[in-house]
Design a protein around this ligand. Structure first.
Ligand SMILES: NC(=O)c1ccc[n+]([C@@H]2O[C@H](COP(=O)([O-])OP(=O)(O)OC[C@H]3O[C@@H](n4cnc5c(N)ncnc54)[C@H](OP(=O)(O)O)[C@@H]3O)[C@@H](O)[C@H]2O)c1
Length: 296
């Protein structure tokens, strides 16, 4: 496919991987609709772009259907009714022990990472041309290798990958490719948003939760933060997305960035217990199965 002719929608364009992707794709010759939740983020993207004439900011919150509908109507007009690809990148992270995570936090994460993605796909799919349209979904290595305290985030990414697998097979007869991008550790603002202030998070748990998980969560957070801040630059993922958009036969999955290949491979070959041990070790968590004794 010729990059010069492609028109692409990228969600979650205000920061991190989405921002890098918008700048990379527009510099490569594509026309990019950069979806942000705030107008000022779209304006900042245009200021940062070497090719602002190929970058059109649009407002889109994946959890608000009215913004999706308005964005679709705008793009349908602006693009001449043809969008070559959707890059579903918007996402949120969260990190909490399963026992104490408020259900509204779980629902909010799934609202963005799962239901919001499907809402965008359902709205924009009719604009994709049969025979050449593409959908690129941002999954995660975490969809295949869950970590302690990451159950909600990893669970939402696993659900999104399952949606993507179904979609890939359903759209095959229409000639529309669906690829999943699986970033490993990527250095973006997401790490601070996901881990946030550790002490503030712990202070909001019930007392029993603080006693049970507080020390472990502090250790986990320090390790996790170090891994992410030592991760790959988001431009690596942007280049992978460009590849998925332009390869004549795109792959179904693209592990990309630091440790991504290893972290998607090991869960397929190691038994659960071995994998648990390695994960716990990697994150500085206890590996023994402990049974606290009640006093006689
Ligand atoms: N960084 C990593 O190591 C890593 C690893 C695996 C997978 N990923 C995935 O890669 C994608 C991008 O992550 P990132 O690291 O670049 O994170 P990021 O810097 O935090 O960017 C997330 C983007 O999603 C947007 N967003 C959040 N809620 C939204 C909503 N309701 N509607 C529309 N947009 C919304 C944010 O917009 P606002 O600025 O308005 O909040 C922001 O533009 C995510 O899907 C993430 O799960 C990242």
């Amino acid at each position: 496919m010729n990059s010069d002719r492609k028109q692409v929608l990228v969600t979650g364009a205000s920061s991190g991987i989405g921002r890098a992707t918008v700048l990379h794709l527009s510099a490569s010759g594509m026309r990019v609709f950069a979806a942000c939740r705030r107008a000022e983020d779209g304006a900042a993207l245009q200021d940062a772009s070497a090719t602002p004439e190929r970058l059109t900011p649009v407002i889109l919150d994946v959890t608000r259907q009215e913004t999706i509908d308005a964005c679709r109507a705008f793009i349908a007009t602006e693009s001449g009714g043809r969008l070559d690809a959707i890059v579903n990148n918007a996402g949120v992270g969260t990190s909490t022990p399963m026992e104490v995570v408020p259900l509204e936090t779980v629902r909010a994460a799934f609202e963005v990472n799962v239901f919001g993605q499907l809402a965008v796909i359902q709205a924009f799919l009719p604009l994709l041309p049969r025979g050449s349209g593409r959908i690129i979904n941002l999954g995660s290595v975490g969809a295949h290798i869950t970590i302690p305290f990451g159950g909600v985030l990893c669970g939402s990414k696993a659900a999104f990958e399952a949606f993507s697998d179904a979609l890939r097979m359903e759209l095959r007869p229409l000639g529309i490719h669906v690829s999943i991008i699986q970033p490993g550790s990527i250095k973006t603002p997401a790490v601070d948003k996901t881990l946030g202030s550790v002490e503030e998070a712990i202070s909001q748990w019930p007392e029993a939760g603080r006693a049970r998980y507080g020390a472990l969560f502090r250790r986990f957070s320090a390790r996790a933060r170090a891994r992410e801040t030592g991760g790959s630059e988001p431009d690596i993922v942007a280049r992978t997305i460009h590849l998925a958009l332009t390869a004549p036969q795109p792959q179904t999955r693209y592990p990309t960035g630091k440790d991504a290949r290893m972290l998607t491979l090991v869960p397929r070959i190691l038994p659960d217990r071995t994998l648990d041990f390695l994960r716990q070790k990697m994150l500085g968590l206890p590996t023994q199965f402990d049974v606290p004794r009640e006093p006689p």
